[in-house]
Design a protein around this ligand. Structure first.
Ligand SMILES: Cc1ncc(COP(=O)(O)O)c(C=O)c1O
Length: 400
């Protein structure tokens, strides 16, 4: 049946085709590019055909009310983390900010966190914006590895002094810069916090890497914490999504704020299924990813490059200046290869789709640059120990 001509013209204005016949080729090219990109693991290209095929079998309920696949994922994450409940949200930032907002009730209050943490640096000042919380960023005293109770205790505000904002929450991050937070330190911090009426949230965007390295079960890693945020799109390769886990009452309240912030989503079954696929098939690949990161670290060490932060999991920080090379030279030469490599600044990240060839090709770039410097008369300085002191800027940390 043909529509009224004036309606027909509106139909034609509204119609759109976003699937181009070139997309298969584009996607293949993107996978090739991503396999040689050391910028971040967020760039991995999923869903794969298998992940997508599994996701098409998901339930199609409205998750604001009830969706079976979404709820099955949330129940699984609650059980995995040993918490009463979990909530699927759009992103790691939303999950962390929901945690801060839900834990804190009545200002004035303050949040202690690592100065380098995502919550402090990369969430657009969210703790102040959404919760009105004062953030107290601390730097670890153990060579920039992780915060300890010794670092935290002097900055905790207890008591009735009306000049200060009482500490109500401590936010930890594991891994941070790819470094594993020793569980014994997390236990010590949580014990002290709970004895003093302070809650502890963990940004566990990359906690998967800790379980894959230490073989400590997720429930044990999460046990001392009041809430945990777990990302599925970093390292595991789901297209999106983060789960926030905690007590039933906490998650019920967080659901309220998620809705208020416009984060109530509808047919999320397809996302939950893609995440389930990533948990089932991609998590087990992390040891291979870590081995590749270590291969890269060893290759850099062999060349005389200074390692600023070692590859405990999937990333490392390095400084090529001891062999006379700068980051920009590396970036330019790697980008000019017939099969280009993306390597920017001091951070190198390896992910599930990184290839061994990409690692070896990046090392070859540094080797060639070093040989050219030696030919030009450069004398390399001896390698320096890991974990130098100094500011983030001095260490060349990137800003994202
Ligand atoms: C440790 C950590 N937490 C939280 C986030 C935020 O995640 P999203 O980008 O999904 O908001 C990131 C993002 O890279 C992160 O690295």
């Amino acid at each position: 049946m043909s529509a009224d001509p004036s309606f027909e013209s509106i139909i034609n204005q509204i119609k759109v085709d976003v699937v181009s016949p070139t997309h298969d080729l584009e996607n293949a090219k993107q996978l090739e590019a991503v396999s040689r990109c050391f910028a971040s693991e967020l760039i991995s290209v999923f869903p794969t055909k298998e992940m997508y095929e599994y996701a098409t079998k998901a339930s199609v309920g409205d998750a604001v009310w009830h969706d079976s696949s979404t709820e099955a994922l949330e129940a699984h994450i609650a059980q995995l983390t040993g918490k009463e409940a979990a909530l699927l949200v759009a992103s790691g930032t939303m999950s962390n900010q929901l945690a801060v907002r839900t834990h804190l009730h009545q200002p004035p209050f303050s949040v202690i966190c690592d100065g380098r943490s995502h919550i402090n640096k990369y969430e657009a000042g969210g703790a102040a914006l959404h919760t009105g919380a004062h953030t107290v960023p601390l730097m670890p005293s153990n060579g920039h590895h992780h915060l300890t109770l010794k670092d935290i205790r002097p900055h905790v505000v207890l008591g009735e002094d009306i000049h200060s904002a009482p500490t109500r929450l401590i936010c930890l991050e594991n891994t941070l810069d790819g470094l594993i937070f020793p569980q014994s330190d997390i236990v010590d911090i949580c014990k002290f916090a709970h004895e003093n009426g302070i809650l502890v949230h963990l940004d566990g965007a990359r906690l998967w890497h800790v379980a894959a390295t230490t073989y400590i079960p997720m429930s044990v890693l999460c046990a001392p914490l009041d809430s945990v945020s777990l990302c599925f799109s970093k390292g595991l390769g789901a297209p999106m999504g983060t789960c926030l886990a905690g007590s039933k009452a906490f998650i019920q309240k967080a659901k309220w704020f998620r809705k208020a912030w416009g984060g109530g989503m509808r047919q999320t079954g397809i996302i939950a299924a893609a995440i389930a696929y990533a948990l089932t098939y991609n998590f087990s690949q992390l040891p291979r990813v870590h081995a590749l990161a270590k291969r890269l670290e060893q290759g850099l060490r062999d060349l005389g490059v200074r390692i600023l932060s070692p590859a405990e999991t999937c990333m490392l920080y390095y400084d090529p200046s001891p062999i006379g090379i700068g980051y920009q030279e590396i970036q330019d030469r790697a980008a000019a290869l017939p099969q280009p490599i993306i390597a920017m600044g001091s951070r190198l990240v390896v992910h599930i789709q990184t290839t061994t060839e990409a690692i070896d090709d990046l090392l070859a770039v540094l080797r060639t640059l070093k040989e050219n410097k030696l030919k030009d008369g450069f004398t390399p300085s001896p390698d320096l120990p890991v974990g130098p002191s100094g500011t983030d800027a001095e260490r060349g940390y990137p800003t994202a």
